[in-house]
Ligand binder design. Structure first.
Ligand code: PAF
Length: 284
């Protein structure tokens, strides 16, 4: 496995891989890899001849008061895990490579970027779509892998790829959870032991919502009210938003006719966690 820091070095290697008619699978990450990332890598490994993982903590997707500086970074451990999974290349650029002086060009998916998490993290998705476009242009993969944990991100990237005719197939891989149900996230390391215990309330609230839908309760207002009550039983929890939205346009729906995306952001202590599930009307 190679760790490549320079864009031109990676481009030369990719050119050769393409000449050899090999397919390229790409997993963009910000490092601090956990089992959720490994699932993406394993899928990429299964489906491609050559696997590239990028590790880049992208400054443009963090707000001024967010955790860019303290975001966990551990290249040694990440490289160990990638090697174990049979990754061919880790692309590990520095900020100057990705954002050279005078950088002025951004990619933004309108509307979708301003909803759900976008309402509370202005500029976040613009940062994501900009860096992902750049990475796509550098790595030039056939397939790229994203986690369902960041459901809105995956929906926005699919839209972008469609709108900009980017010839890459986007694969979305299911959420990986700890034994108690907490969705794996690099930010879980911020939780203290009490908060870690309380954090499972997000998953429990998703399960409650699923149970309600199964029992025929399809009005989203009722579902949201109930799960808010459940989350409020934890002292460390502060809800930022809970919404049930259309899976394509991310606009709130009043009733689950067929399917809806239940998405939430909840602070546990000072740590902002997100989670989601797809609610399906059993009678649809
Ligand atoms: O999901 C992430 O880790 C990041 O948003 C991504 C896609 C690597 C872009 O920086």
């Amino acid at each position: 496995m190679k760790i490549i820091r320079k864009i031109n070095t990676l481009r030369r290697l990719i050119k050769k891989v393409k000449q050899d008619k090999k397919t390229i699978g790409f997993v963009p990450t910000m490092g601090a890899l956990h089992e959720g990332h490994l699932k993406l890598i394993q899928q990429a490994r299964k489906e491609n001849d050559f696997v590239v993982v990028s590790i880049f903590v992208n400054p443009t997707q963090f707000g001024p008061k967010e955790d860019f500086k303290k975001y966990p970074r551990n290249l040694k451990q990440d490289a160990f895990l990638c090697r174990k999974e049979g990754v061919d290349v880790i692309f590990y650029p520095d900020i100057k490579q990705m954002y050279p002086e005078g950088f002025k060009t951004y990619v933004k998916v309108n509307d979708l970027s301003n909803l759900l998490c976008g309402r509370f993290r202005p500029g976040h998705f613009r940062g994501v779509t900009t860096v992902v476009t750049k990475l796509f242009n550098i790595v030039n993969p056939d397939l790229a892998y994203f986690g369902q944990k960041d459901a809105q991100q995956a929906i926005i990237i699919k839209r972008m790829v469609l709108d900009l005719n980017i010839p890459i197939k986007i694969k979305v891989i299911p959420i990986v959870r700890d034994k108690d149900g907490l969705a794996l996230s690099s930010r879980n390391v911020y939780l203290n032991p009490q908060e870690r215990k309380d954090a499972v309330i997000l998953y429990q609230s998703l399960r409650l919502a699923k149970k309600m839908v199964k029992a025929g309760i399809l009005e989203t207002k009722k579902i949201i009210k109930k799960i808010k009550q459940l989350i409020h039983t934890k002292k460390t929890a502060r809800i930022q938003y809970i919404s049930i939205v259309d899976l394509e346009n991310l606009k709130p729906i009043s009733r689950i006719k067929d399917k809806g995306l239940l998405a939430m952001a909840v602070y546990i202590g000072d740590t902002r966690l997100i989670d989601n599930t797809i609610l399906k009307n059993p009678k649809a």
